[in-house]
Design a protein around this ligand. Structure first.
Ligand SMILES: C[S@@+](CC[C@H](N)C(=O)[O-])C[C@H]1O[C@@H](n2cnc3c(N)ncnc32)[C@H](O)[C@@H]1O
Length: 210
């Protein structure tokens, strides 16, 4: 079950695709994000949050409302996504939410953002060009005792073999198995982590404590 990567940049840099993603994320936000949101609610982390690969910012705004004291910086590699996220941001949240262009795999594009109590990312790990470098970068941006929370698809056999050009099945093929994530964390010398199986069975969360 070899990992098959996606060509994400062409897709998310296109304005039409970015707009489509915004609509889909808004319409499907309950299904997409509810498990992640309830995990975050229970953790109740105070302070500064960094969201990586925020897309058009649908989740960012939900999190800002759910955590009214949090200050959130949200980044995305796609200028088109950041443009949409800025346009869509409601007035009430402009003092606490900032959108910036950045690449998780390039520390120079993020190093001026500072340190964070929570760094999170949903449905992006399988898009990162070099996931190990990205995790290293994000881990270095955590405050002491801060949390890196990555929520993404998992390469599972039942879905891997479905023959379909649909984006979801391509993303399943590009996603990681828990064992592959363990190897990356081991290479980075990160010891304080959990890889959680999440409902439904093709989802997983990687939770790393600094
Ligand atoms: C499937 S979308 C997920 C968007 C959002 N996190 C959500 O859950 O709705 C993946 C996003 O990751 C962004 N992305 C891909 N590689 C990235 C990287 N290296 N750094 C930052 N963002 C990245 C893409 O531009 C795209 O907006």
């Amino acid at each position: 079950m070899k990992r098959v990567t996606e060509d994400h940049q062409d897709y998310f840099f296109d304005s039409e695709n970015a707009n489509k993603y915004l609509n889909d994320a808004k319409n499907g936000s309950k299904v997409r994000y509810s498990n992640f949101l309830s995990a975050l609610r229970k953790l109740d982390i105070k302070g500064k949050y960094l969201e990586i690969g925020c897309g058009p910012g649908v989740l960012t705004q939900i999190i800002a409302k759910q955590h009214p004291d949090a200050e959130i910086i949200a980044n995305d590699i796609s200028p088109e996504m950041i443009k949409l996220a800025r346009q869509d941001l409601v007035e009430d949240l402009t003092s606490r939410v900032k959108y910036v262009i950045g690449d998780a795999c390039d520390i120079n594009s993020m190093k001026d953002l500072g340190k964070f109590d929570l760094i999170y990312s949903t449905f992006t790990l399988h898009h990162w060009d070099n996931a190990e470098v990205a995790i290293k970068n994000l881990h270095s941006m955590l405050n002491e005792n801060g949390l890196l929370y990555i929520h993404d698809l998992k390469r599972v056999i039942g879905l891997y073999h479905i023959k379909s050009e649909h984006g979801f099945f391509k993303s399943i093929k590009a996603s990681y198995k828990p064992g592959e994530i363990k190897v990356m964390l081991n290479n980075l010398g990160i010891k304080d982590y959990k890889i959680k199986a999440v409902f439904p069975y093709f989802m997983q969360s990687i939770v790393i404590r600094k």
